[in-house]
Structures are given as structure tokens and as C-alpha cells.
Design a protein around this ligand. Structure first.
Ligand code: MN
Length: 162
């Protein structure tokens, strides 16, 4: 049940976030970055894979500067419908604050994304309006402990001059 944790954390009678279900977009490879002003401002970076949005919280915001490493903490899978969500999460609810879509588009894995996620190195290209080009997510640690979340670095890769 890939969305179990997502649902467990939220009261859908109180938040307007989608309950959602496994679903596939036309391309099957959408991405979205949401600007989330909660207790701490951050970006939520989400890649569609296997009917859900694989998700990372990026506390210092996504950087477009090649080589700059940004911590990306992997969080629970979100439903595909979450990629369209904007608005206010009420006080007292998980992630209370405001959510705006910073960018969206499609992503293209450079290699098998399942193997990449498993191995802790996912290389891909983004085709968004603001975010374009080559990126990599590198897992640096499990976080340790039962409730800890896997930590990754999100890095813009330089591309050879054309
Ligand atoms: Mn968030």
C-alpha cells in the first residue's frame, strides 16, 4: 500500500489535500516542485513513478547552479493528484501552511529509475518551465533508526557545451 503513510498522516475531512489513489498521467513521467511555507519553508520535489509521486523535501530549496548540493529528505510517496495541489493546509494539520506550485513538467530518467532508487543514485533530466537539464539524486544515508527518513543530495549537473 504505497499511499498508506500519506493517508495516515492526514485528516481528509479537514484538509483539502487530495486523498488520491494510484494513477498514471499520460506521460507517466511528470514532475512537480511545490513551494511549501510550513513551520519551515521548503520545496517538495516529486517525480512520478509507478502511479505515485516519489517525494523529497528540500529545506534550502532546489538550486539550478551546477554542482550545488541540496539536502533532499525522502518522504512518503504522494498520490499523483497531489501534483496539482495548491492552497492552504489548516492549522493543526500535518504540514500546516501554504503550498504553491513552483514548477512542473516531465522528467526523463537516464537509466532504469527503479535500479537508481535502489542503488541510491538516480540520474535524470527535467523538462520544466524553470527547471531544465540534467540532475542527480544521490543517497547519502538512511538516517538510521526506525522512523528516520533517507537523506539524499539533489544536484544540478553541468552539461557539456553544445
Ligand atoms: Mn512539504
Amino acid at each position: 500500500m504505497p499511499l498508506e503513510e500519506y493517508r495516515r498522516k492526514r485528516s481528509f475531512t479537514r484538509t483539502s489535500e487530495p486523498r488520491g489513489k494510484k494513477a498514471k498521467s499520460a506521460s507517466g513521467r511528470t514532475f512537480v516542485v511545490q513551494h511549501h511555507c510550513a513551520s519551515h519553508e521548503h520545496h517538495d520535489f516529486r517525480l512520478e513513478l509507478d502511479g505515485v509521486l516519489k517525494s523529497w523535501a528540500v529545506p534550502k530549496l532546489v538550486s539550478t547552479e551546477p554542482g550545488v548540493r541540496r539536502l533532499a529528505v525522502q518522504v512518503e510517496d504522494h498520490p499523483l493528484a497531489y501534483g496539482k495541489f495548491e492552497g492552504r493546509i489548516p492549522e493543526g494539520q500535518y504540514g500546516a501552511g501554504t503550498v504553491d506550485i513552483y514548477d512542473h513538467g516531465t522528467w526523463v530518467p537516464d537509466e532504469d529509475p527503479h535500479e537508481g532508487l535502489e542503488a541510491g543514485k538516480l540520474t535524470f533530466h527535467l523538462k520544466g518551465r524553470k527547471l531544465k537539464g540534467a540532475w542527480v539524486l544521490v543517497r547519502t544515508g538512511s538516517g538510521g533508526g526506525r522512523s528516520a527518513k533517507p537523506q539524499w543530495l539533489l544536484i544540478k549537473r553541468a552539461e557539456p557545451a553544445k
